[in-house]
Design a protein around this ligand. Structure first.
Ligand code: HEM
Ligand SMILES: *[C@@H]1O[C@H](CO)[C@@H](O)[C@H](O)[C@H]1NC(C)=O
Ligand SMILES: *[C@@H]1O[C@H](CO)[C@@H](O)[C@H](O)[C@H]1NC(C)=O
Ligand SMILES: *[C@@H]1O[C@H](CO)[C@@H](O)[C@H](O)[C@H]1NC(C)=O
Ligand SMILES: *[C@@H]1O[C@H](CO)[C@@H](O)[C@H](O)[C@H]1NC(C)=O
Ligand SMILES: *[C@@H]1O[C@H](CO)[C@@H](O)[C@H](O)[C@H]1NC(C)=O
Length: 415
């Protein structure tokens, strides 16, 4: 890695940049804030993801995340917890605002972490390694499911594992039975397995909400072949309320237009850039045909902006003589790799949902899509990691407002 002493901040990332492209890129950089040319599949240092630089607080994202000393979480092994690896230097620059005029990537180490820097219990139990082991044992489809599980958890009552709760006689319709979740949401058994081992080795210490967040992070790592590698802050508590009636109002629909999607993300403290960036997760996994039937023949019509040849392919894949709701890959080209191919597909109009196609909404958002598609190869990976951490801070519960569940499928019984 270069520092101010050994490198420079290039004026353009490609020596041979075309003027028109340069203008578009500058517009995108303005939207994104400062970025650097540095990058590589394994060069992403999770500086943006360290607990020392939490996401910018918003009205819906309490600044006390990860929990600070003012909101002590007594039963936790340790509140804010990075991965077992040492905290990396603060490069690339993480605070969005202005680029320093003298190039100074400031290799100064971040402030020392709070007393217990790692989420550990006992002397030898590495919590995050246990979660990672179970995620590693699954296939690419299940890993995609885990990324989506995290999104669906965070958007309904915050990242509090409310999506994991099973129906009970007192609450027969929990979130997981809500329309966008059932029956397509997957990954529950992976969370159960990790939780079981953690409870055996480390009872009452690791929340289901943190396990969901770690699992999504690890799934991103494996699906990207190591290119998306970041620290996920910990310290979330589990919620006790889970209602199917809250899924549709909070989870954006695939037929949504840009303005509706932007509003639904804004309600969670996430902006349009976060939304575009996170949509890149549609570079892995699958969709049921029912989720985009209105965009393809015969149910859909020629007003759909989907590439006609692609629409015909989807029609063939979705044709189902026995009425089965077939599934197709989100990313027709690299279906099992979490990469920026999704943005190329958006540009080519070869994406499934209206919500995907909507990302080219205006000049600015379209330029961001194009930048992710082809200008700076690793820009998207870097931004995706930061956006996942930001999403992981939505409406976090504390010891005062949540609990550490004993099993992820049920709230703790009252003493
Ligand atoms: C922008 C608004 C979004 C909409 C409208 C949307 C909608 C959908 C829909 C309809 C499906 C297919 C479900 C099915 O029929 O099986 C899907 C799948 C998926 N979504 Fe999204 N999504 C959005 C954002 C996100 C975000 C922010 C993430 C994560 C960061 C994400 C990750 C995924 C993944 C990984 C899959 C594949 C899941 C699997 O294979 O099991 N989506 N999404
Ligand atoms: C994932 O599992 C494979 C074996 O299936 C192993 O070689 C690899 O080291 C594991 N990766 C991590 C990060 O645990
Ligand atoms: C992820 O990053 C950490 C340190 O930042 C490194 O030790 C680890 O090997 C990386 N993992 C992969 C799979 O590249
Ligand atoms: C065709 O699609 C457009 C846009 O999706 C929709 O507004 C219109 O009602 C549809 N027409 C028919 C006949 O289904
Ligand atoms: C329906 O047809 C699909 C393929 O056309 C097949 O994979 C599936 O098993 C069938 N389902 C039933 C219930 O017959
Ligand atoms: C495009 O939309 C985004 C998100 O609403 C907004 O921030 C931006 O200013 C718009 N750009 C133009 C050129 O209208």
């Amino acid at each position: 890695m270069k520092t101010a002493a050994t490198g420079e901040i290039r004026k353009t990332c490609r020596a041979t940049m075309m003027p028109a492209k340069l203008a578009a890129v500058l517009a995108v950089l303005a939207l994104l804030g400062s970025v650097s040319c540095q990058g590589g599949p394994t060069a992403y240092p999770p500086a943006a993801a360290t607990p020392q630089s939490p996401p910018t607080p918003t009205p819906t994202t309490p600044p006390a995340y990860p929990p600070t000393s003012t909101s002590p979480p007594p039963p936790r092994a340790s509140p804010p917890a990075p991965t077992p690896t040492p905290t990396p230097p603060a490069y690339p620059p993480t605070s969005p605002p202005p680029r320093p005029s003298p190039p100074a990537p400031a290799p100064a180490p971040p402030p020392p972490p709070p007393a217990a820097p790692q989420l550990k219990c006992g002397r030898y139990v590495d919590v995050e390694a246990i979660v990672r082991k179970y995620v590693n044992a699954t296939d690419a489809g299940m890993q995609a499911g885990l990324v989506r599980l995290f999104f669906h958890d965070c958007f309904v009552r915050g990242c509090d594992a409310s999506v994991l709760l099973d129906p009970t006689s007192a609450n027969p319709q929990p979130e997981k039975l809500g329309i966008p979740n059932f029956p397509s949401l997957r990954g529950f058994e992976v969370i159960d397995a990790a939780k079981a081992e953690l409870e055996a080795k480390c009872p009452g210490k690791v929340s289901c909400a943190d396990i969901v967040a770690f699992a999504a992070r690890d799934a991103s790592l494996f699906l990207s072949g190591g290119g998306i590698n970041f620290t996920m802050p910990a310290g979330r508590y589990d919620g006790t309320v889970s209602l199917a009636s809250e899924t549709l109002p909070n989870l954006p629909p695939p037929f949504g237009g840009f303005t509706q999607l932007e509003r639904m993300f804004a309600a969670k403290g996430l902006d349009a850039t976060d939304m575009i960036t996170l949509s890149g997760a549609h570079s892995v996994g699958r969709s049921h045909c029912s989720s985009f039937a209105t965009r393809i023949p015969p149910a859909g019509n020629s007003s759909s902006d989907m590439d006609p040849a692609f629409a015909a392919q989807m029609q063939a894949s979705c044709a189902s003589p026995n009425g089965t709701d077939n599934t197709v890959a989100q990313d027709y080209k690299t279906p099992d790799v979490l990469d920026n191919q999704y943005f190329k597909n958006v540009v080519d109009r070869k994406v499934l949902f209206a919500s995907d196609a909507a990302l080219t909404f205006n000049f600015t958002t379209n330029n961001l899509v194009r930048a992710y598609a082809d200008f700076v190869p690793y820009l998207w990976q870097h931004k995706f990691a930061a956006a996942m951490v930001k999403m992981g801070g939505v409406e976090i519960k504390t010891a005062a407002t949540g609990e550490i569940r004993k099993t992820c499928r049920a709230v703790n019984s009252k003493p």
